[in-house]
Design a protein around this ligand. Structure first.
Ligand code: MN
Length: 259
């Protein structure tokens, strides 16, 4: 038996669970809203070309309109100014082996339930590591907040001073990127940064620090409550868009339940 034969047999037998971490692309799913002086991200739209009718008697299909950053999506280094000169920084250039790899989940759901502006800090990370071991190099790190269970306006959670949602502090991102050398960071919220992330130094520290170091982002993830803290494998291949700064994608995790 080879590793791949065992792997395929494990999926077929259900010993390896495949968990879908993706929201459905739907015109009603929120996209990030920037202050009005900036360009805006498009919502998902689907236009019928034909549906077994005079426009195409035996087939049904649609044209799509969306942003690189609509729905559950991948952020490439070239998305941020800090990563504009990173080699292989666009989605079409990233080596494909980066799209499959180990993943750990830091459960912040309790704190995020009490505080919309909950911060992932170095203290939270080191407390997690005291229980689960050090975050391995080249792993994806996902911040679980259960934010994906919110619907409608509660998802962006806009107030007079902008959106309020949980995210990492600059010191937490420096720890993950500079000391743990992670592959990427993912969240259940509309961005890898907190809703109020503009007030940190640097502003939007997850974007700035991750992409400046050639690391990747995932956002609008779902079902993180179905993953173990360690031991799962993430599959997150973005579309191969020439010079693309990101891409909607299907994100899956493979989980081997301990018997
Ligand atoms: Mn994005």
């Amino acid at each position: 038996m080879s590793t791949l034969t065992d792997f395929a047999a494990g999926i077929a037998a259900g010993a390896i669970r495949v968990v879908d971490l993706t929201h459905t692309l739907d015109p009603d799913f929120p996209v990030i809203i920037l202050p009005p002086e900036f360009g805006q991200c498009a919502r998902f739209r689907m236009e019928e070309i034909s549906a077994y009718d005079h426009r195409g008697p035996a087939w049904k299909w649609h044209n799509l309109t969306l942003s690189e950053h609509t729905g559950t999506h991948f952020d490439a280094p070239s998305h941020w100014i800090s990563g504009r000169d990173v080699p292989n920084g666009s989605v079409d250039e990233i080596p494909v082996d980066m799209f499959v790899g180990p993943v750990v989940v830091i459960d912040c759901s309790e704190g995020a339930a009490k505080d919309d502006d909950y911060e992932l800090t170095p203290e939270v990370i080191t407390a997690w590591e005291a229980e689960h071991g050090q975050i391995p190099a080249d792993a994806w790190v996902l911040m679980r907040t259960d934010w994906s269970k919110r619907r409608g306006e509660a998802y962006l959670n806009m107030t007079d001073d902008g959106p309020h949602s949980p995210g990492p502090t600059p010191a937490a991102m420096r720890l993950l990127v500079e000391e743990r050398n992670i592959r990427g960071f993912g969240t259940e919220t509309v961005g890898t940064d907190a809703g109020q992330g503009m007030h940190y130094t640097p502003p939007y520290p997850a974007h700035f620090i991750l992409h400046g170091a050639g690391k990747y982002g995932l956002q609008c993830l779902a079902n993180l409550d179905q993953l173990p803290a360690t031991g799962a494998v993430l599959m997150a291949p973005p579309l191969k868009i020439k010079n693309g700064t990101g891409s909607p994608l299907r994100v899956m995790a493979m989980v081997e339940d301990k018997s």
